[in-house]
Design a protein around this ligand. Sequence first.
Ligand SMILES: Cc1cc2nc3c(=O)[nH]c(=O)nc-3n(C[C@H](O)[C@H](O)[C@H](O)COP(=O)(O)OP(=O)(O)OC[C@H]3O[C@@H](n4cnc5c(N)ncnc54)[C@H](O)[C@@H]3O)c2cc1C
Length: 239
Amino acid sequence: MDAARRHGATLLGQTRAGALTKLADGWRVETNRGPIEAREVVIATNGYTGGLTPDLKRRLIPVASHIIATEVLDPELAASLIPKKRTLADSRRVLCYYRMSPDGSWVIFGGRARFTQVTPEVSAPLMRAMMLERWPQLKGVRVTRAWTGNVAFAFDHLPHMGQTEKGLHYALGCNGSGVAILSYLGADIGKKILGNANKVPSFDGWDFPTRPFYSGNPWFLPAIGSWYRFRDWLDRRLV
Ligand SMILES: Cc1cc2nc3c(=O)[nH]c(=O)nc-3n(C[C@H](O)[C@H](O)[C@H](O)COP(=O)(O)OP(=O)(O)OC[C@H]3O[C@@H](n4cnc5c(N)ncnc54)[C@H](O)[C@@H]3O)c2cc1C
């Protein structure tokens, strides 16, 4: 964002794009703060891809991720949880990921509490139970913050960048690990638009699959989530 500002870009937060119209030399984007005309448009809506781009929406499965954070812990207890201060993720299909705060004094614990959209009021107690499964010694510790948001899975579990038939650019499908990969694809799209890419972007234009009759409403997620949880449970019993 700082780089964009330095180069004179106007950044408009809290601005919802409502409709896109193709013009002879670009696009007209209707927003809640008035229309914008642009030579190029990049769709980077990931787990929030909606009716503005139905053809992209039907290629993505939005999945909620949930995180809780604890109060500041007793220093001895905090130091005993992850002695080498690593960030941890388990190897289950429905995984949890967790770490200490940067100063090592409280826990940040994330995972999939539910496979439907629920508020932090619902997800926090479920995440807390998962945290206590791993660290029963945190039983008396208060959870002080909880938040949630969507990530987006592609049917082939790969990230995707490219251009639609009408010429909209997109970078979508983080599959749960978007901080690195979507930042990378964002930079690649920028270079592609400027025409100064000195390499062919690695993910550009790959087939972006969907499934028959799927329009972007992941009604099947609770069933798949339950199946994955069952497989996790079974694998543990069989080890
Ligand atoms: C709880 C949680 C934990 C996560 N943990 C990790 C992790 O450990 N490692 C990791 O790599 N990734 C993680 N992720 C995923 C990572 O945060 C995302 O992959 C990343 O934020 C995707 O960035 P993005 O900019 O592509 O999309 P987003 O950050 O999802 O941004 C999409 C934006 O599009 C906007 N939008 C949608 N429709 C419109 C419209 N019509 N007009 C205007 N704007 C619109 C939305 O408001 C949103 O701001 C996590 C995500 C969550 C929610």
